[in-house]
Design a protein around this ligand. Structure first.
Ligand SMILES: Cc1cc2nc3c(=O)[nH]c(=O)nc-3n(C[C@H](O)[C@H](O)[C@H](O)COP(=O)(O)O)c2cc1C
Ligand SMILES: Nc1ncnc2c1ncn2[C@@H]1O[C@H](COP(=O)(O)OP(=O)(O)O)[C@@H](O)[C@H]1O
Length: 329
């Protein structure tokens, strides 16, 4: 995890004067990675620290608090992924309605020049900042000339079908259960981090103990069964099969839970913060007539998941670092 700051004003001198990628980067998807990798290359070439300036909470949550935003990458996960990409620090600038009132000039003066003393700013083609989104790409280029920092604007990144990769598309695919599609756009396997909580203690009696996690209420992931890799706090990785949903067979009106059965672990996981990497969608959630029918299906799910996971390969260098940390090197 790289160091995280809540304001550029608290940066140590060693991290000032860097190459700074600016954006919300929810998901850190392939489009974001095009911007982020450009910043990393410049930082490497120019022997300067590589930083990300992002905003917390997500500005959309501040402007539209009535519409809960499903974050693909909450702040801590985002910082972890940025660290895996190679960034030296992440600045998670507090975003408030007052902060949003800064003019583009004030933002450049107090944040880019004052706080960060940026040598170069790298953003996407459509990044706007300052009151009423008044500062766009042309404004930023001009400000860079006047204030002495370089500006790099990175074009929209498109997938193989020439469609722009976006967080909105990824949210739609997660809701559809198209994990393979979402993973392709992310450039790594979609992951969720949460604490393991207690459930009904029924799983163990079925021969399928499951590590239960509560997800945010608005987690827009399709209910169903998934082949997953499970990352424990000690860094160990375990293959497993997970169910996300309301468990209609055993729980009439329960809340949706993510429950993972690990194939090769019998430890007590309660209270541990763990991460689940989603590798493939197996089937939708069903209501079974009895527990025998459910466990018979769970056995088939386990077999399907084992077959998929035994042949699983990284889809990128980033995915190798995140999903296959034990096979690094
Ligand atoms: C591989 C797998 C598949 C599952 N499929 C279903 C399902 O289709 N329908 C359902 O109601 N519950 C399903 N479940 C959830 C089980 O009902 C649940 O894990 C079990 O009741 C244990 O609950 P507990 O962890 O609270 O003890 C599934 C769980 C696993 C691990
Ligand atoms: N192979 C395993 N996979 C998942 N959890 C396991 C495993 N072996 C032991 N456990 C432990 O058992 C708990 C799950 O047992 P279970 O009977 O399903 O209870 P609960 O309803 O609280 O989830 C997990 O939270 C974990 O602490």
């Amino acid at each position: 995890m790289p160091p995280r700051f809540d304001s550029p004003d608290t940066l140590p001198d060693t991290l000032r004067g860097g190459v700074v990628a600016i954006g919300n980067f929810d998901g850190v998807h392939r489009g974001h990675q095009a911007v982020l990798n450009a910043a990393l290359r410049f930082a490497d070439r120019e022997k300067r620290p590589a930083l990300v300036l992002t905003f917390e909470p997500h500005p959309r949550q501040v402007f539209r608090p009535d519409i809960p935003l499903f974050r693909i990458t909450p702040a801590t996960m985002k910082a972890g992924i940025l660290g895996a990409l190679g960034f030296d620090a992440v600045i998670e600038m507090g975003f408030t309605l007052d902060f949003a009132k800064l003019t583009a000039d004030e933002f450049v003066g107090s944040v880019i020049v004052g706080g960060l003393a940026a040598s170069r700013v790298v953003t996407g083609f459509d990044f706007h900042f300052g009151r009423h989104r008044q500062g766009g790409p042309a404004y930023l280029m001009e400000a860079g000339k006047n204030s002495g920092f370089e500006v790099t604007l990175v074009d929209a990144f498109r997938d193989a079908d020439a469609e722009v990769v976006s967080s909105t598309r990824i949210r739609e695919e997660l809701l559809d259960g198209d994990i393979a599609g979402a993973n392709q756009l992310l450039g790594y396997r979609y992951r969720i981090t949460a604490e393991v909580i207690r459930g009904k203690q029924l799983g163990r009696t079925l021969g399928y103990p499951t590590a239960n996690m509560a997800l945010p209420e608005n987690a827009a992931l399709r209910h169903g069964i998934y082949a997953v890799r499970f990352h424990r706090a000690d860094g160990s990785v375990h293959d497993g099969v997970a169910s996300f949903g309301r468990r209609p067979t055993v729980d009439e009106d329960g809340v949706a839970l993510l429950e993972t059965h690990l194939f090769d672990c019998s430890d007590d996981l309660y209270g541990e913060t763990c991460t689940v990497s989603f590798c493939e969608f197996l089937r939708g959630e069903e209501k079974f007539q009895n527990l025998d029918a459910l466990t018979a299906q769970m056995k088939r799910d386990e077999a399907a998941s084992r077959a998929i996971l035994s042949a699983l390969r990284p889809i990128s260098e980033l995915d190798r670092k995140l999903t296959f940390p034990d096979r690094a090197g």
